[in-house]
Design a protein around this ligand. Structure first.
Ligand SMILES: [Mg+2]
Length: 277
């Protein structure tokens, strides 16, 4: 979950900023990095899982309340238009059949709490279908949560790829590698770059292609498109697989506010010592 936030921070300064020439060796945590909706909604889910640990029936209502409450404290971070309405304007926020990648960017805390694959699926669905109830929205969130869970319990990349191919068959294509797809990837008029199906497999591939935590997020952000969200989704898996280097773990809180750090601290009690490698 911290990996998701770090990915969001690193990608944040490149979002909506088409920089085809930007270099591979960009500053990782640059002073212009900032947290965006990806971090906030991830933290809202973490808060919900802490609160509802022994009361899973309450998850759906609490997660809606928590997402809205945190969003109201930090309204200016770049929301999608329909999700903004769901957060700020709807009196009774209802699912709106979304397959935007907002479902997958926020789901990673599930991977640290679930005790089985069944629980990954169940929790992932409960925190997703309150807004993103399109089958692709639910699938995207489950894929990220499952990849991070499998990494957390010590599965190999080969195994994780095999499992992820069931969600996104393109991950089985040797041509679907970050360096190969980058020239053809990025913003497009159809908005595919902000959908689950147009960004979740890319985030998973960035992790599978990577050599370490930082390298994974660099690959994801370097790919382009929805850089903060791809960084976030990839970072959530990379954290579970590699852990976070000490220097990065020390620096990233400087970019967050006190209320967010407090929730991260509470959640760390739940996730403590769960990495199995
Ligand atoms: Mg964002």
């Amino acid at each position: 979950m911290k990996g998701a936030i770090i990915g969001d921070l690193v990608g944040s300064r490149f979002e909506f900023n088409n920089m085809p020439e930007w270099e591979w060796d960009f500053d990782f945590l640059h002073p212009l990095c900032r947290f965006t909706d990806d971090s906030l909604m991830t933290i809202a889910i973490a808060k919900t899982l802490v609160e509802c640990r022994f009361d899973s029936a309450a998850i759906r209502s609490r997660v809606v309340e928590n997402m809205r409450e945190i969003a109201h404290r930090h309204p200016n971070v770049g929301w999608g238009a329909r999700f903004y309405k769901w957060l700020f304007q709807d009196e009774y926020p209802m699912p709106y059949n979304s397959y935007g990648n907002g479902s997958a960017m926020r789901v990673s805390p599930v991977a640290w709490v679930a005790k089985s694959e069944e629980e990954v699926k169940e929790l992932s669905r409960m925190v997703t279908d309150v807004s993103h109830n399109h089958p692709e929205g639910i699938k995207g969130a489950e894929a990220i949560a499952m990849a991070a869970y499998l990494a957390r319990i010590g599965k190999s990349k080969e195994k994780i790829r095999e499992r992820m191919i069931a969600y996104y068959p393109e991950l089985g294509d040797p041509g679907f590698r970050i360096k190969k797809i980058r020239p053809f990837y990025g913003y497009d008029a159809t908005g595919r770059w902000v959908t689950c199906q147009g960004s979740v497999p890319q985030a998973i591939e960035a992790f599978l292609d990577s050599t370490d935590f930082e390298n994974a997020i660099r690959l994801a952000v370097w790919l382009g498109g929805d850089t903060d969200t791809i960084g976030c989704m990839c970072g959530s898996i990379a954290e579970a697989y590699y852990g976070i280097p000490e220097e990065i773990e020390k620096r990233f809180p400087d970019f967050l506010s006190e209320d967010l750090l407090e929730i991260i601290k509470e959640f760390s009690v739940v996730r403590k010592d769960r990495v199995k490698r």
